[in-house]
Design a protein around this ligand. Structure first.
Ligand code: GDP
Length: 421
């Protein structure tokens, strides 16, 4: 096990090889349980296909997926010397966008998979744009399926140019992006430099992953603890539970719950069934606050210091990306917003600017509508009080997913919060 942890997103167009790459990473890092490998090795040998354990691992992943049993590729774990990686939900797998924004699993960095024989495709653009909007620090770009294009350097360079253009378009910092010619299927340049690409002298994928910058430690932002549930425990009383996103909670602190607008002194903090004097970002805690009853607070409240309480928005301005909407979005539209643990219907009060994703500049002031693929700045009015923060101040509490018709239709980050007077 390594000391440091990273959440890694695997993004890219459907069929470009994301699942295969995850399988390959697990296989090369010895993260597939030995008995699973052994079982596949035996099966492979029985069928006269010794040495194809990897193919069998993949078949098994695929088969399990079809059966709905999950060895899903999300939440798989593997380690390099420097990091323990957890793969967070990949696009196309369940509710990637929503989970990325509201889940406990915000990605620190991402691997973008682009098939060499297909190049930049629609979801490549969408995911890169989303990754940038949501503040993923760094991208490693695996140009995959190099075996399909006979490991040709020219093809690799063409795809690199295409991707570079895309990164420039959405203004992703490209200085440090590494491009690696890989075959997830054959294993080229994943754990070892491939003989098939003598023209490439850069790092392997695992080396690049190992060299990723450490995730930014949480800022010195004030305490923000979105409440997940509220329990009543005999002998203790009301126990709200949740994960500390930013800041520190100490016994004796004076805290405030917003938007319920109640507060008191922290009496006890419990973590993993043990009492602790203080808790930090990432800690899942249950705690008890003097004078707070079960009906005073609810899921979706955010707990913060009494002298720097969580913001409650009367309206807020946000940058949104429309990912999939069957028609058009106009002012007045009121879908459900998912932000941290809150779910609140919010009205898009005005569409202030449409942005050109190509240049990042304003394409149109006060457009009548926006639709799939558009990025825009909009003003939003929650229909019930909602605690949310500007992304520039507390990114952990500054993004949201917009859901309608059972799908995530847009994602965004908060630019400015206008609080109730
Ligand atoms: P995803 O939709 O991005 O997760 O893509 P998959 O991992 O399911 O791969 C889609 C198809 O491409 C599958 O048939 C894979 O076997 C194949 N594939 C993935 N990576 C490679 C590769 O490096 N070389 C070749 N030849 N095929 C690949």
């Amino acid at each position: 096990m390594s000391e440091q942890h990273q959440n890694l997103a695997i993004i890219g167009h459907v069929d470009h090889g994301k699942s295969t790459l995850v399988g390959r990473l697990l296989y090369e890092t010895g993260s597939v349980p030995e008995h699973v490998i052994e079982q596949h090795r035996e099966e492979a040998e029985e069928k006269g296909k010794g040495g194809f354990e990897f193919a069998y691992v993949m078949d098994n992943l695929a088969e399990e997926r079809e059966r709905g049993v999950t060895i899903d590729i999300a939440h798989q774990e593997f380690s390099t010397d420097a990091y323990d990686f957890t793969i967070v939900d990949c696009p196309g797998h369940r509710d990637f966008v929503k989970n990325m924004i509201t889940g406990a699993s915000q990605a620190d960095n991402a691997v973008l998979v682009v098939a060499a024989d297909d190049g930049v495709a629609p979801q490549t653009q969408e995911h890169v744009f989303l990754a940038r909007t949501l503040g993923i620090d760094e991208l490693i770009i695996g140009i995959n399926k190099m075996d399909v294009v006979d490991y040709k350097e020219d093809t690799f360079n063409d795809v690199v140019d295409e991707v570079n253009q895309l990164l420039k378009q959405v203004q992703f910092q490209t200085d440090d992006a590494s491009f690696i010619p890989i075959s997830a299927f054959e294993g080229d340049n994943i754990a070892e430099a491939s003989e098939n690409t003598p023209w490439y002298d850069g790092r392997t994928l695992l080396e690049a992953l190992n060299d990723l910058p450490a995730p930014e430690p949480p800022t010195d932002a004030p305490l923000r603890l979105p409440i997940q549930d509220v329990y009543t425990i005999s002998g203790i009383g009301t126990v709200p539970v949740g994960r500390i996103e930013t800041g520190v909670m100490n016994i004796g602190d004076n805290v405030s719950f917003q938007p319920s607008d109640v507060g008191g002194e922290v009496k006890t903090i419990e973590m993993h069934h043990e009492e602790v004097p203080k808790a930090e970002p990432g800690d899942n805690v249950g705690f008890n606050v003097r004078g707070i009853g079960k009906d005073d607070i609810r899921r979706g409240d955010v707990c913060g210091p009494a002298d720097d309480p969580p913001s409650v928005a009367e309206t807020f301005q946000a940058q949104v990306v429309v990912m999939q909407h069957p028609s058009v979005i106009t002012a007045g539209y009121t879908p459900v917003f998912h932000a941290h643990t809150a779910q609140v219907a919010c009205t898009i009060e005005s569409i202030d600017k449409k942005m050109d994703p190509a240049s990042g500049e304003v394409a149109e002031e006060n457009p009548d509508f926006i639709q799939s693929g558009d990025a825009a700045v909009v003003t939003i009015r929650p229909q019930k009080p909602l605690s949310i923060e500007p992304s520039s101040e507390i990114p952990e509490l500054g993004s949201f997913a917009i859901r309608d018709m059972g799908q995530t239709i847009a994602a965004g980050k908060v630019l400015e919060v206008h609080e109730k007077e």
